[in-house]
Design a protein around this ligand. Structure first.
Ligand SMILES: [Zn+2]
Length: 313
């Protein structure tokens, strides 16, 4: 595709600029949010997202891809307010986030019914707005590809084929299930250049990573500051991947959540002291440059790869 759907409308793929490809402005449990809304301080949550966005704009970030989808409390009006106030380009997604089961409504309808729901988000608008999704997202965790997860993966693949927007996944490298995701997408006829197997940086297993890369897909080394691997080990693996000539297949991001209601705030701070929206550009990239990664390589990763994923041919 030559354009990308952002919260504020279509943009040319060449206008994405410096992009953080996987960050969340707000994640909420849908049932809690809908049934116990008094538990949230809306203005405080908004301020957290606003401050984080402004801090990366100072670093030169022009676009944020936010893969907060159904199952994570997606709220396009919240994103729209941030985009309007800051001028940041936000690309939101469609799909369904579940590690195991999906709601009965989707269980009792077929794959194409689910795919149509995703296609509507891309072509008509999300949550009865005219705001369109720019990419597709789905998840597989250590439970593996359960029957419902497979249904989502196939629906995502079919929506990709119909609309041309790319796919980002949440995978669990310890069980190597990025390969299973790829297998399903390829079986459904998706072009591997339109696929990003996310969270692939959660492993140091280069054999597994190479198998993903051999398919022609992109990999997300996208959890800097969080997840099961400390930052130096992430970099060590990344450096090997880059030295093997894979600069044009890699994404860097943080999977940062400006707020997430799954855990008390203090617990997040204690578990993930380095995690922030600015960590990648403040710490990680300068360290990679000291290790010999060139400005040109950084440009390829942070600008060109994003364009090539959205604009795959
Ligand atoms: Zn995420």
């Amino acid at each position: 595709m030559t354009y990308v759907n952002t919260i504020s409308g279509k943009i040319d793929v060449n206008d994405l600029g410096l992009t953080l490809v996987h960050e969340h402005l707000i994640i909420r449990s849908e049932i809690i949010k809908d049934q116990f809304p008094h538990l949230y301080d809306e203005e405080n949550l908004y301020k957290k997202a606003l401050d984080a966005v402004k801090s990366v704009q100072k670093q030169g970030v022009k676009t944020i891809c936010d893969p907060t989808i159904a199952g994570m409390g997606r709220d396009v009006k919240f994103l729209e307010r941030i985009a309007n106030e800051t001028g940041i380009q936000i690309v939101t997604a469609t799909g369904y986030y579940s590690f195991n089961e999906i709601p009965m409504h989707f269980q009792t309808h077929d794959i194409d019914y689910l795919a149509e729901a995703f296609i509507r988000d891309i072509e008509v608008g999300i949550q009865n707005t005219t705001i369109k999704a720019g990419f597709l997202k789905c998840a597989t965790e250590d439970q593996g590809v359960t029957p419902d997860v497979e249904k989502v993966l196939r629906a995502v693949a079919r929506a990709q084929k119909r609309t041309g927007v790319p796919i980002m996944t949440h995978s669990h490298p310890a069980s190597e299930n990025g390969l299973k995701q790829l297998e399903i997408f390829l079986e459904e006829g998706v072009n591997p250049k339109a696929i990003m197997i996310g969270h692939s940086g959660d492993t140091t297993d280069l054999t597994y990573i190479q198998k993903l890369l051999d398919s022609g897909a992109f990999i997300g080394m996208d959890r800097y500051g969080q997840g099961p691997l400390p930052y130096p080990e992430r970099n060590e693996t990344l450096l090997k991947v880059l030295k093997q000539g894979n600069t044009n297949r890699v994404f860097l991001s943080q999977d940062y959540c400006c707020s997430i209601d799954w855990y008390p705030d203090e617990m997040v701070k204690e578990m993930l002291p380095e995690w922030s929206m600015t960590f990648l550009l403040d710490e990680v990239i300068p360290t990679l440059q000291k290790e010999g990664i060139t400005d040109e390589q950084i440009h390829t990763i942070m600008y060109d790869n994003v364009q090539n994923w959205f604009g795959y041919k």
